[in-house]
Every structure is written in structure tokens, then in C-alpha cells.
Design a protein around this ligand. Structure first.
Ligand SMILES: NC(=O)c1ccc[n+]([C@@H]2O[C@H](COP(=O)([O-])OP(=O)(O)OC[C@H]3O[C@@H](n4cnc5c(N)ncnc54)[C@H](O)[C@@H]3O)[C@@H](O)[C@H]2O)c1
Length: 332
């Protein structure tokens, strides 16, 4: 980043919604390190107090416990804010299949509240967590931003509706937005517990406990697993870019390589074996395929590279090594 961009970060007040969650808490930390004043908003639906306990010691951090389904909470959180990194949502495809109404209330109703509050507060830019699930049943590979399919889950619908609303708020109210379509993000602080835990932290915890991970399907499904630091970089670039062409766009936020579930488990076993050699001997089980799962996911990150100057530093191997070490040091 150049001097102007660093100055912009250190002189800005940024609202991070979903601040007690995995991605939100990491974004808060990175922003505070860059000198920004940070407001965090969260209702602890899936986030944790421990994720913000260190942040709360920081003089430039304010936390608001509130719900994005409540417009007053959104207005309060947006007060005096220059940029918004909107992360609050109910993640997980299976959760949305089990309870589409709550996923819709939070992910669509809450999103709309946040857009309205951002417009009213006249924030400079509304940057939001979109999702690779928007590619739905599209068979094209790698995924390019302009070519999407039909959504395969209620969750995917909510994330696509976010993009439609963001686009419309530019046209209707001249609110600048940037959507970041995250592809299977992983790394420190991602929750390994609960029925809707993501595959990497769940498998890491199981392997550390000497339990066999269960792969849904035959393990040939693949994902563009993306380390958290690449996601932080994209959010920072979306804040600091002075390229007008880059605004009011959506971007794949990924590394740009795909890994099958079978390969993923092999890597996890290999890296965890450095801490506990018994882990290398653990067998893997296979279960039924999950409804709503996209078989393969691989991003083209060319658009982010050319318009935002994205330069991801962590591939799956270097990211997994960092993540595994963090889980071993913090949760073993
Ligand atoms: N992790 C991924 O791989 C991934 C992939 C694609 C998109 N995303 C999106 O990124 C964002 C962050 O995901 P994450 O992985 O950090 O999940 P997370 O569950 O760790 O974080 C989400 C946070 O939002 C908060 N939240 C939920 N409902 C809320 C409400 N009504 N009001 C206020 N706060 C609320 C939760 O308490 C939680 O702290 C989400 O929008 C998610 O849909 C994540």
C-alpha cells in the first residue's frame, strides 16, 4: 500500500458488522493495526465474546451489541462512519435449508437495513461479504464474475439478493458499494464447533481429538479454499482504491486454485502430524452427499487483480500451515 492509502486507513472510521465472528474479528484486528477507528456490531448469534476480548482493550475500538434486523441498531452503528465492512449474516447452506426464514430475515432484511442506514449516514463506501454460492448450478470453470447460474440453496439466494440490492442502491441513491464473493474462507478464529461448522476447522478439531473426519460424498468435490489474510487484503483494497471503475462491482475473493476434499484431508493430516505423529494413522470416513452443495468451485481472480491490484499471498498449503498451528496452539 502507498502512503496515501495508509493515511486514508489511519484517518478513517470503519464499521465492521459481524465483528464477533470469524472474518469480522480478523478484519477489526487488521484495521486497528492500520490505525483506523473501528466500530464493531454483532448480536452473538454465531459469533463469540472471546473473539473481541482483545479488541476491546484497544482505545480505537467500540463495540455495539445489536441486531441488523433492527434498523435503530444499524443507524446507531453507522453514526459518523466513513466505510462499512458488512459481514453480519447467517452463514451455512445446511442452516438455510433447515430454517430458510431466519436466514432470509438476517441476510436479506438485515442487509437492507444496513444499506438504508449506510445511505442515511452518507458513508463513503459499503463493502459487503457476498458469496461464491451465487454461482449456483453454473458449470463454467473457473468462475468469472459475470457468469452465474441458478442458486442451489436459500443461503445462495440471500447472497445474490444482496448483490441486486447493492446495485440498486447505487442507481437509486448513489451509494457506492463493493461486493466480495468469498470462496470457502479459513484461518484463525474460525469456529470449529456446532452443527454448521465449516469443513476445515471441523476436521482439524476431529483429527486433534483422534477422531475420523467424515467427508460428505466420495471426496472428489473441490473448493477454492481461501486463507483469511487474502480476504483481509481484498477488504482493505476495497476501502483504499481510488479507481472509480473498481466501485459498484463484485469480485471473486479467493486464491484461484482448487483442492478436493480428499486432498484437503491429506494435507491436514500431514501438517497436524508435525505436532502429533499418531494423526497420520487416522482413517477418513465417507458419508452421503449434502443437499445444496456445489460440486466444484474455482475462482478466476483476474478481475480483482486488474481493478483492485489484488495479490494474494497465501495459497492453500501456506494458509493451512498457519491455520493448523493456530488451532494447535489455541484449542488443543
Ligand atoms: N466463511 C466463509 O467461507 C464464507 C464464504 C462466503 C461468504 N461468507 C460470508 O462472510 C460473512 C462472515 O462469515 P463468517 O465465516 O465470519 O461467519 P461467522 O458466523 O463467524 O460471522 C458472522 C457474524 O455475524 C453475526 N450475526 C449474525 N446475525 C446477526 C444479526 N442479526 N445482527 C448482528 N450480527 C449478526 C454473528 O454473530 C457472527 O459473529 C458472512 O456474511 C458470510 O455469509 C463467508
Amino acid at each position: 500500500m502507498n502512503t496515501n492509502q495508509l493515511e486514508l486507513l489511519s484517518s478513517s472510521k470503519v464499521l465492521v458488522t459481524g465483528a464477533a465472528g470469524f472474518i469480522g474479528s480478523n478484519l477489526c484486528e487488521a484495521l486497528l493495526e492500520s490505525g483506523s477507528t473501528v466500530v464493531g456490531l454483532d448480536n452473538f448469534a454465531t459469533g463469540h465474546k472471546k473473539n473481541i476480548s482483545e479488541l476491546e482493550k484497544h482505545a480505537n475500538f467500540t463495540f455495539i451489541e445489536g441486531d441488523i434486523r433492527n434498523l435503530d441498531d444499524c443507524h446507531k452503528a453507522c453514526n459518523g462512519v466513513n466505510y462499512i465492512l458488512h459481514q453480519a449474516a447467517l452463514g451455512s447452506v445446511p442452516r438455510s435449508i433447515n430454517d430458510p426464514i431466519t436466514s432470509n430475515d438476517v441476510n436479506v432484511g438485515g442487509f437492507l437495513n444496513m444499506l438504508v442506514a449506510a445511505r442515511d449516514a452518507e458513508v463513503k463506501r459499503f463493502i459487503y461479504a457476498a458469496s461464491s454460492s451465487t454461482y449456483g448450478d453454473s458449470k463454467s470453470m473457473p468462475k468469472v464474475e459475470e457468469k452465474i447460474g441458478k442458486p442451489l440453496s436459500p443461503y445462495a439466494i440471500t447472497k445474490y439478493v444482496n448483490e441486486l440490492y447493492a446495485d440498486n442502491f447505487k442507481k437509486t441513491y448513489d451509494l457506492d458499494t463493493v461486493g466480495l464473493r468469498y470462496f470457502n474462507v479459513f484461518g484463525r478464529k474460525q469456529d470449529p464447533n456446532g452443527a454448521y461448522a465449516a469443513v476445515i476447522p471441523k476436521f482439524v478439531m476431529q483429527l486433534m481429538e483422534h477422531e475420523s473426519p467424515v467427508i460428505n460424498g466420495d471426496g472428489s468435490f473441490s473448493r477454492d479454499f481461501t486463507y483469511i489474510d487474502n480476504v483481509i487484503q481484498m477488504n482493505m483494497l476495497a476501502i483504499v482504491t481510488d479507481n472509480n471503475e473498481a466501485l459498484n462491482n463484485v469480485y471473486n475473493t479467493a486464491f484461484g486454485e482448487r483442492t478436493t476434499l480428499n486432498e484437503l484431508v491429506m494435507l491436514l493430516k500431514e501438517y497436524l502430524s508435525d505436532f502429533d505423529s499418531e494423526i497420520a494413522k487416522i482413517d477418513v470416513k465417507n458419508g452421503p452427499e449434502r443437499r445444496g452443495d456445489v460440486p466444484h468451485s474455482l475462482a478466476s481472480v483476474d478481475k480483482a487483480k486488474s481493478l483492485l491490484g489484488y495479490n494474494p499471498k497465501f495459497d492453500i498449503k501456506s494458509g493451512l500451515k498457519e491455520a493448523v498451528k493456530w488451532y494447535w496452539d489455541n484449542l488443543k
